[in-house]
Design a protein around this ligand. Structure first.
Ligand code: IMP
Ligand code: MG
Length: 176
C-alpha cells in the first residue's frame, strides 16, 4: 500500500456538482447568443472544465494554457511563466478563463494580462474554488463556485505532488 497524508472530506461529488450547475446557469444566461472560448488552466482545471462545459447549453469552444511558477515547492515564488500557449486566436472573442482554485492570484493576474493584450471582446474568470485569505494580487472572479479556508486541498483535479487529481471529491490534506 502507498503511504500518504490523512485526507478529510471537504466537498462531496454531489456538492461540487450542485456548485457547477449554479455556475453553468449563470454562464448560460450571460453568454446567451454568443459562443465563448473557454480557456482551461492546466493541469488542475481540466476536471472542472470537463464537467462545467457539459452543463452548459450554449455552444462553446475550448482551449488550454499552462503556467508554471519559478522555484521549487508548494509556495508560489511569484514569477509566473507561460509553459503552453493558446492555439486559438483570441482577438474579438468572448474568453472565459476557467481555473480550479484561486490562491495568491499571481497566475491569474498574469493570464488576465497575457490574454487581455490579445484584444478579446471580453475576458472573464470562472473559478470553482477561492481561497481568499491567501490573496496577494487582487483578481475579479466573475463566476465563483465555493469559498474555501486556507488549507491545502486535493482531489477533483487538484494535486499534492501530482497525486490525488483523480479523487471525485475535494479533501483537506491534514498534517500528521
Ligand atoms: P495562484 O493563485 O497563482 O497562487 O495559484 C493557483 C494555483 O495553485 C492553482 O491553479 C493550483 O494549481 C495551485 N493551488 C493553489 N492552492 C492549491 C491547493 O490547495 N491544492 C492544490 N493546488 C493548489
Ligand atoms: Mg491550477
Amino acid at each position: 500500500m502507498c503511504q500518504g497524508p490523512r485526507l478529510r472530506l471537504l466537498f462531496t461529488p454531489g456538492e461540487i456538482d450542485r456548485a457547477i450547475a449554479g455556475l453553468a446557469a449563470q454562464i448560460d444566461r450571460d453568454y446567451g447568443g454568443e459562443q465563448p472560448l473557454l480557456v482551461g488552466i492546466l493541469k488542475g482545471a481540466f476536471v472542472f472544465l470537463a464537467d462545467l462545459m457539459r452543463r452548459l447549453s450554449i455552444p462553446v469552444e475550448v482551449d488550454f494554457v499552462r503556467v508554471a511558477s519559478y522555484g521549487p515547492g508548494m509556495e508560489s515564488s511569484g514569477q509566473i511563466r507561460l509553459v503552453q500557449r493558446l492555439s486559438t486566436p483570441v482577438r474579438g472573442r468572448h474568453v472565459l478563463l476557467v481555473e480550479d482554485i484561486v490562491d495568491t492570484g499571481l497566475s491569474l493576474s498574469f493570464l488576465v494580462d497575457y490574454l487581455g493584450r490579445k484584444r478579446p471582446a471580453s475576458l472573464r474568470l470562472c473559478a470553482l474554488l477561492d481561497k481568499p485569505e491567501r490573496r496577494v494580487v487582487p483578481v475579479t472572479i466573475h463566476y465563483l463556485g465555493l469559498t474555501v479556508p486556507d488549507k491545502f486541498l486535493v482531489g477533483y483535479g487538484l494535486d499534492w505532488d501530482e497525486r490525488y487529481r483523480n479523487l471525485p471529491g475535494i479533501y483537506v490534506v491534514e498534517g500528521d
